[in-house]
Design a protein around this ligand. Structure first.
Ligand SMILES: [Zn+2]
Length: 464
């Protein structure tokens, strides 16, 4: 199996290029992680990362990782700055084998082909004496995706759709250049394959633990990543069978080992019969965006008023309109409180814009969308959340007023935490901050309800 090392440039104390609140290191990591996911999902390859978090690493540490692991290919991912716009790729300016040139040709073309539709400038295939290219003992490539300090480029870097397309193209280019075998074994035409899935996990390490547990019990299993509605799951596959009976037998055997979350999936038919659908759909971990609104408008407004007595009263609108979209309107309200700093509008968005969620607002020169009325502003906010949380058609009750609805990768954030890096870039704690506010709102509601219960009890006693 071939080994690929992905190197998200900079990290930790080294931010790379910066522009306004944006830091190159965050964009590099975001793209590199997506490339890894695409590779793992579709190809047989060992994919290593020099970093998966915001961590400081020297250049020598990066090349050592690749050299120590005898990697077949090293790919460093950066974003550019300082005068220019567009995409470029680099290989070492000294002597390189033909294979390096060939990989650059293929990856560069694959990426440019995918992003040309966004109007990206092609700055070409270049050569340079960069440390990571010079000191890697294998084919090595460095990508400069776009310029973070160019307004047109920045808008693309902040666009999920674009970022996904770039990452996918980098992965496909690497796969093509290195002839990586495709992972999914497709059943023969017209035949059905029953796969036994012994658990499905958000974290790879949990899947690895499950595989180890099964191996210990004499069951051969392996990890098979799959993307469902934009979210990556690590499925643990413990056999695939042409006969359903055999698959069921294996499922029972696995359940007897104490694995209660095992299920079957079928592959090879366009319409699997109802009974063959996974009995245990991939769970959404974390607090979902879709769900019931628990808090009363009075409580929401009271929470807000304690900090800003002059705040507009929009809580009832949030509670009412969120029902149409099946969104937790109280958490959306907490998000608006966070985005507007308790409706004091201390950021770039002005109160008159009726934009409570910072839609399209990316900096001082781009204060974002303006909505005609508070109701329209709340609707746009809820529609934007719906675009992230659901892949369904939006309810037809209201027209789409969110100007960025079509730019969202549908279903790419099912939980508030998953909005990190999407609604707010890099925003590594964005969802947590919203949920912290929500937790305090819940606490307030509990106190109010308790006080109300006391009153009820007292009234009841007076009747006796
Ligand atoms: Zn860089």
């Amino acid at each position: 199996m071939k080994t690929i090392v992905l190197d998200p440039g900079h990290g930790g104390q080294d931010t790379g290029a910066t522009y306004r609140q944006y830091r190159e290191k965050d964009f590099n990591l975001e793209v590199a992680l997506l490339v890894r996911n695409y590779l793992l999902e579709s190809y047989s390859a060992n994919v290593l990362m020099t970093r998966t978090t915001d961590k400081t690493l020297t250049l020598a540490e990066r090349t050592e990782i690749a050299n120590d692991k005898n990697a077949n290919f090293f790919c460093s991912i950066h974003h550019n700055a300082a005068g220019g716009r567009g995409f470029e790729s680099y290989i070492y300016s000294g002597s390189v084998p033909d294979s390096t040139k060939r990989i650059q040709d293929i990856v560069h073309q694959e990426v440019y082909y995918a992003i040309d539709q966004y109007g990206v400038v092609n700055r070409g295939q270049k050569r340079a004496n960069f440390f990571v290219l010079r000191n890697t003992e294998m084919d090595a490539l460095l990508l400069e995706i776009l310029f973070i300090d160019n307004e047109q480029d920045l808008q693309l870097i902040l666009n999920d759709e674009f970022v996904n397309d770039v990452a996918k193209a980098v992965a496909q280019g690497i796969a093509k250049a290195l002839s990586l075998p495709r992972k999914t074994t497709k059943p023969p035409a017209g035949k059905v394959l029953y796969k036994v899935i012994a658990g499905s996990f958000n974290e790879e390490v949990n899947a690895e633990e499950r595989v180890a547990f099964l191996k210990d019990k004499g069951v051969d299993a392996w990890i098979y990543p799959v993307t469902i509605e934009g979210q990556l799951f690590y499925r643990v596959q413990a056999g695939a069978f042409a006969e359903k009976e055999n698959a069921l037998e294996q499922e029972v055997k696995i359940q007897q080992l104490g694995i209660t979350d095992a299920f079957l999936v079928t592959e090879g038919t366009s319409e699997p019969p109802e009974s063959d659908k996974p009995s245990n759909p991939e769970p959404v971990k974390g607090f979902s965006i879709l769900g019931p609104t628990l808090l009363r408008p009075e409580t929401l407004h009271q929470f807000l008023e304690r900090v800003n007595p002059n705040a507009p009263d929009l809580a009832a609108l949030y509670v009412e309109l969120s029902r149409v979209y099946g969104i937790r309107g109280d958490v959306a309200f907490a998000q608006a409180v966070h985005e507007t700093n308790y409706f004091r509008f201390t950021g770039v968005v002005q109160p008159g814009q009726n934009n409570y969620a910072g839609i399209g607002a990316t900096g001082p020169n781009e204060p974002g969308a303006t909505f005609a009325t508070p109701k329209e502003g709340v609707l746009a906010h809820l529609q934007h959340l719906f675009a992230y949380a659901s892949t369904e058609q939006p309810p037809s009750e209201f027209e789409i007023v969110d100007p960025r609805f079509s730019l969202v990768k549908r279903g790419s954030a099912k939980t508030w935490i998953q909005l990190n890096g999407k609604w707010a870039v890099p925003g590594t704690t964005y969802g947590q901050q919203i949920l912290d506010l929500y937790e305090r709102m819940l606490q307030l509601e509990i106190e109010l309800v308790n006080a109300h219960i006391d009153q009820l009890e007292k009234a009841k006693q007076q009747l006796d």
